[in-house]
Design a protein around this ligand. Sequence first.
Ligand code: AMP
Ligand code: GLY
Length: 425
Amino acid sequence: MNILLLGSGGREHAIAYKIAQSSKLSQLYVAPGNAGTLGCGINVNLNVEDFEAIKTFVLENNVEMVVVGPEAPLVAGVVDFFKNDDSLKNIAIIGPSKQGAELEGSKDYAKAFMQRYGIPTARYNTFTKETIEEGKNFLRSLNPPYVLKADGLAAGKGVLILDSLEEAEKELAEMLENAKFGNASAKVLIEEYLKGIELSVFVLTDGEHYKILPEAKDYKRIGEGDTGLNTGGMGSVSPVPFADKAFMQKVEERIVVPTVEGLAKEKIDYKGFIFIGLMNVNGDPYVIEYNVRMGDPETESVFPRIQSDVVELFSHTFNGTLDKVTLEINPQVAVCVMMVAKGYPESYPKGDVIKGIDSVCDSLVFHAGTKMNAENQVVANGGRVICVTSFADNLQDALAKSYSSVEKIEWENKYYRRDIGKDLL
Ligand code: AMP
Ligand code: GLY
């Protein structure tokens, strides 16, 4: 079958790499893709939020399956657009409906959902411009640090963690009264701070049945030792040693089952990924957030571990028969190290020519922000540029392979963290 994958990052390259291995695939299209996805299929110059253009492309090219990588088209309702169109409604689109996507699109909606189903999460309250004084009172009732969250999508920047009450009150006003994150901060959640270690858990669901994919740990800060600004993610490790059988059983019973049952009970059309960002607090899992897509760079370590045919998994997801398929996982350790442009996550140069990719033989190279220039050279075209994933029987060996591959790839403004996975050794 012909498949269209929406998105352009390292996540999409890793998904494309697995789709390209499927015996069910005729032609893969990636829109818009990057220099790396060219190795898995054909890049198509489409805007992922231009649904009419997607429709035209799908119909003209006999596309039978659409896999949605990023959250924006899901939150904008791409799945509903397909469902409500007679010529598109039988195409297997992988992702939740607009209402399901609210689990990521609105943190207030997500917290209320968790409360309805008794899913463990931090205590919170939501405030608006009209209730700012109550918000300040709520802050005073908490202990530092203070967690403020813009309700809506804010490009990963909408969460503030502040040490002083004074700062927290000031930022609350900035968000509510001065629209610090635009409309996304018209509502602000104030949350109890959870102390623990974070874990990313991924679920593929058809709305009734589910498969738990391998979990991963992400490294969010730009600097070594988890210092400096937050990024989209500087590396990932899968599996995660502390996510042992007992812990994952708690995650399944307390979080995954009630989440999927809650979606079904509310008749929310959800055939796609649920990414549960959680905190391990003294051995108990608490949900920090839901995302309605795979994580990036978690996908770059999680997807290569999936041995099952992912297109078959996606077909069962769309058909509501995920219980009829088994999920085969490579038990080895996968480690991904993200190479970024110097200056990221603030301003950084684009256009540096990247050399040495072909000399990597021990690792998978996933492109994140790259493109081909007019001379057919791969150039940096984003903050996160290239991610290198390696497998081994243990974490130490997988890390050694990834770091040796990272040394072979060169461009002028390259930067990466040297301590990915060290905390787990
Ligand atoms: P989010 O955008 O919701 O993923 O939040 C960004 C980051 O803020 C998370 O990855 C956590 O590191 C941190 N965070 C969010 N909520 C809390 C919380 N209640 N307690 C501690 N850390 C949090
Ligand atoms: N790596 C975190 C995310 O994709 O949101």
